[in-house]
Write a protein that binds this ligand. Structure first.
Ligand code: C2O
Ligand code: CU
Length: 492
C-alpha cells in the first residue's frame, strides 16, 4: 500500500489513476480568489480529484476514444475506498471550462461539505480548488458527482464510486463495483449535445442509447464454480431506470443505497433508478461453461441483455460458502413515529396524458415515448413548463425551505407522485426509512437516500432530522431537477 492506499482502492492505484499526494506544487495551481474557499490548502496524502476533459473507450477498445469529462482523466473517476469512521480529505481541482462542485451522494456529511453550489459553498471556478473533509459515519456503497449543471457534468462522465468499508465485511471471494450508465451517442461516435433540452426535461429525462459498465461496453464476467461475489451496483445515469432480471441466479440484496437491509432475494426485477445503489451477494453454483444472463427489462419492448456471467476454470471450493451475509447496521437514529411531524409533499408537472401507466410497482414503464401530439398540449403554452414540489417549480439552488425542522425531530414525509412519470426522490444529509407504498407497509422498512416513485404512487418515508443545515430534496432525474423538481429542507 502506498501512503494514499488507505484512501483509494488498490485497483485505482494499479490502473495508474494519477492520484498523487500533493505538495508544494499545489499552491501554484490555486488561482486568485481561492482564499475565499474554505480550507483550500493542500496537505500531504490527500486524495486529489481533478475534474477535466479527457477521453474514454465508451464504445470499446477498437473504436476511437470519445471525448468525455472525468476525474483524474478517468471515467468513472477513481474508486475511492475509505474506512468507516476515519477522516477523509479530498482536494477538488477544477480544470473544466465552468464551475463545479462535488456532492458525496448518500454520505451524511456536514452541510458545508455537501457540495451544493450557492447553498453550501461557492462553485469552484476554473483554476480553483476546494478541500472536502469529513468522517464517514456509515459503511456502504456511495458515489460522488458534481451538483452544478449536473445534467451535463454527470452526463459527460463526472462521477465515481465511493466505498466505505465495513470493519468486518461478510466473507466473499471478490468485491466488484459496476457503475452503470447510458450515453446518448450520435452517429459520428461523439456524445450528442442538447443537454437539458426542454423535451427531455418534460418527459423521461435524457435517456441514452449506449449502455456502459464502468464506462466500457459490458464485458462478460468470468466466474469460478462455487465462487461468491459481492457486486456493488451504482447507477450514474441521468435518467434511465434499470429493472434487472438475473435469470437463474438468486441475487441476495444485502444493502440498498449503502445501508444494510435484511438479506433477501427480490421477487421481481431489481429496480434501480438514477443515483440508487444496491449491494448483492451472488453465489455461482453451476459448473464450468455454464452462463447466466442479466437482462434489463424495465422499458417494455426495449429489453436487452446487460451482461452475463460465464463460468470458467476450476471450482473455487467443493461447495458454495455458507457463512452469513448480513451487514452490521450503521449508526442511524431510529425515527420516533409516535412523536413526529408529518408533512404532505406533492410532486407535479411534466407532460400528462400520454402514458397509459401500468400499475404502480409493476416495475415496467409503459411503452413508447415521443410523438408530436404530446407537444401540442396546453402545458406548452406560456413558455417553460416545470416540474413542481408542492406547487413550486424551483430554479437555482437556493430556495425558501418548504419545511423547517428542529434538530432531532422525527419527520414523516407523505409523498404523492401526482405525475405520469417515475421519479427517484433524493434527500441530502440524511438516510430515511421507507415506511409504506400506496399505504402498504414495506416488508423491510429499508433505509434509502433515494426512493423510486412510480407514476401516481404514494410513498411514506421517515427520518430523524439530526444533521443541521439547508438540504436539497430533489428528483435525481437530472433534467427533472433542473426543470424545477427540487426543494430545500432546513434543519436547525
Ligand atoms: Cu446525487 Cu442532489 O444528488
Ligand atoms: Cu423526476
Amino acid at each position: 500500500m502506498t501512503q494514499t492506499g488507505s484512501r483509494i482502492s488498490r485497483r485505482a492505484v494499479l490502473a495508474g489513476s494519477g492520484v498523487v499526494a500533493i505538495g508544494a506544487g499545489t499552491a501554484a495551481f490555486l488561482g486568485a480568489g481561492t482564499r475565499r474557499l474554505v480550507g483550500a490548502k493542500a496537505g500531504k496524502n490527500e486524495l486529489v480529484l481533478e475534474a477535466g476533459k479527457t477521453r474514454a473507450s465508451l464504445l470499446g477498445e477498437r473504436l476511437p476514444k470519445v471525448p468525455v469529462w472525468g476525474y483524474n482523466g478517468l471515467v468513472p473517476g477513481p474508486e475511492i475506498r475509505v474506512r468507516q469512521g476515519q477522516p477523509f480529505k479530498t482536494l477538488l481541482k477544477n480544470n473544466l471550462g465552468e464551475g463545479t462542485t462535488i456532492h458525496w451522494h448518500g454520505l451524511r456529511v456536514p452541510n458545508a461539505m455537501d457540495g451544493v453550489p450557492h447553498l453550501t459553498q461557492d462553485p469552484v471556478e476554473p483554476g480553483q480548488a476546494f478541500l472536502y473533509e469529513f468522517t464517514p459515519a456509515d459503511a456502504g456503497t456511495f458515489w460522488y458527482h458534481p451538483h452544478q449543471r449536473s445534467f451535463e457534468q454527470v452526463g459527460r462522465g463526472l462521477y465515481g464510486a465511493l466505498i466505505v468499508e465495513e470493519a468486518d465485511p461478510p466473507r466473499v471471494d471478490r468485491d466488484i463495483t459496476w457503475v452503470l450508465d447510458d450515453w446518448r451517442m450520435s452517429d459520428n461516435g461523439q456524445i450528442s449535445g442538447g443537454f437539458g433540452s426542454p423535451h427531455d426535461a418534460m418527459m423521461a429525462g435524457r435517456i441514452g442509447n449506449t449502455i456502459t459498465i464502468n464506462a466500457k461496453p459490458p464485458m462478460p464476467l468470468e466466474v469460478r464454480p462455487n465462487e461468491r461475489i459481492r457486486l456493488r451496483l451504482v447507477t450514474a445515469a441521468n435518467a434511465r431506470i434499470f429493472g434487472l432480471d438475473f435469470s437463474d441466479i438468486e441475487p441476495v440484496v444485502i444493502a440498498l443505497d449503502g445501508q444494510p437491509v435484511e438479506p433477501h432475494t427480490p421477487s421481481g426485477p431489481l429496480l434501480l433508478g438514477p443515483a440508487m445503489r444496491v449491494d448483492l451477494i451472488l453465489d455461482f453454483t453451476k459448473a464450468s461453461a455454464a452462463r447466466h444472463e442479466i437482462r434489463d427489462v424495465f422499458y417494455s419492448g426495449l429489453e436487452y441483455r446487460l451482461n452475463e456471467f460465464v463460468y470458467a476454470g476450476t471450482p473455487m471450493r467443493s461447495a458454495p460458502l455458507q457463512n452469513g451475509v448480513s451487514l452490521s447496521p450503521n449508526p442511524l437514529a431510529e425515527p420516533n413515529l409516535a412523536n413526529s411531524d408529518r408533512h404532505e409533499i406533492r410532486f407535479g408537472g411534466g407532460m400528462m396524458g400520454m402514458m397509459s401507466g401500468r400499475k404502480s410497482g409493476s416495475g415496467m414503464m409503459p411503452g413508447r415515448m415521443g410523438g408530436s401530439s404530446m407537444m401540442s398540449g396546453g402545458m406548452m403554452s406560456g413558455g417553460m413548463m416545470g416540474w413542481t414540489v408542492n406547487g413550486v417549480s424551483a430554479t437555482g439552488h437556493v430556495h425558501d425551505p418548504i419545511i423547517t425542522a428542529r434538530q432531532g425531530r422525527t419527520l414523516v414525509f407523505d409523498m404523492i407522485n401526482d405525475t405520469a412519470w417515475w421519479h427517484p426522490i433524493h434527500l441530502h444529509g440524511h438516510s430515511f426509512r421507507v415506511l409504506s407504498r400506496n399505504r402498504n407497509p414495506t416488508q423491510y422498512r429499508e433505509w434509502q437516500d433515494t426512493v423510486l416513485m412510480s407514476p401516481q404512487e404514494r410513498v411514506e418515508i421517515a427520518f430523524v432530522a439530526d444533521n443541521p443545515g439547508d438540504w436539497m430534496f430533489h428528483c435525481h432525474i437530472l433534467e427533472h431537477q433542473a426543470a424545477g423538481m427540487m426543494a430545500t429542507i432546513r434543519v436547525n
